[in-house]
Design a binder for this molecule. Structure first.
Ligand code: OAD
Length: 254
């Protein structure tokens, strides 16, 4: 990992417009389980049962109960880890412009990133299926299942369920970010869910260097991405950010 850290830091320090695409893996060190692989949510729950819009519409109470048991850590105590903070620091340094995240946990915003595209929506807001009004999740009585709006309609979370399309605004913003960056950092995603996994392909086709941080290779590795920093996002981002700061400090002294 040491060699790739130095190399990646060099690329980042020389870049003009960095964009990050993140997935569940970046929040694992904040205590939030990923979807796939060992200990993943899809080992415990059938995604078609808990995360498909048809299941939700058919039995909102059941899906709400499953969702709440899957999301409770995120609702109560999750905090940004070194990987989220590293991306926020890269923004402060003027290098990172946009984070496209598939996560619904809000941890990038909590870490300090200001331009975050929530590709799969978020769990922070709920929307009434009848009148369309929105409420913050923390303001809603979640002991009653399914949670209901003042008008009596059922609330849904503002996350994208399987079977739904990506909100057009988020898709547009992501495609623009991917096609205008000169470096894309792909952190903690298995890169198997489309169209999110296509964003690095757009970046590459537009001439950007694509770098992955992940303990495991993905379908992007060696085809779309040129470097895989093979390890956990927290340690990797901490070391990369420190090295970028060192390179920039050296440059200023010249
Ligand atoms: P996945 O659960 O599919 O993949 C998590 C990735 O994180 C894997 O490639 C792991 O190797 C990696 N990983 C695990 N621990 C890590 C760590 N400490 N540091 C860095 N990487 C680590 O999650 P996503 O790719 O985000 O969609 O999944 C994409 C979409 O599938 C989700 O947004 C969700 C899901 O179904 C919807 O619900 C619509």
């Amino acid at each position: 990992m040491e060699d790739s850290i130095k190399k990646v830091a060099g690329y980042i320090a020389a870049a003009k417009h960095v964009v990050a695409l993140t997935g569940a893996g970046i929040s694992v060190e904040s205590g939030i389980p990923p979807f796939r692989g060992k200990g993943g949510l899809w080992e415990k729950f059938d995604p078609m049962e808990v995360a498909h819009i048809d299941s939700f519409m058919k039995n909102p109470e059941k899906v709400w109960r499953l969702l709440i048991s899957a999301m409770k850590d995120l609702l109560v105590s999750a905090k940004p880890n070194a990987a989220h903070l590293g991306l926020a620091r890269l923004e402060e340094l003027g290098l990172l412009k946009t984070v496209i995240t598939q996560n619904i946990d809000g941890l990038h915003q909590m870490a300090g990133n200001t331009d975050v595209v929530e590709f799969h929506g978020n769990f922070a807001w709920l929307r009434c299926l009848d009148c369309g009004s929105r409420e913050q999740t923390v303001e809603v009585e979640l002991s009653q299942m399914p949670p209901k709006c003042e008008c009596g309609g059922i609330f849904r979370p503002e996350c994208v369920f399987f079977g739904e399309t990506i909100p057009p605004k988020e898709l547009d913003r992501s495609q623009i970010a991917a096609s205008t960056c000169d470096l894309m950092l792909v952190v903690g995603t298995s890169a198997v869910v489309q169209p999110a996994a296509f964003m690095p392909v757009i970046a590459k086709q537009s001439g950007a260097t694509v770098i992955e941080i992940n303990p495991e290779p993905t379908p992007l590795t060696g085809t779309t991405s040129t470097i895989l920093v093979q390890g956990k996002a927290g340690k990797a981002m901490r070391e990369i950010t420190a090295e970028v700061e060192r390179i920039l400090a050296d440059k200023r002294q010249l």
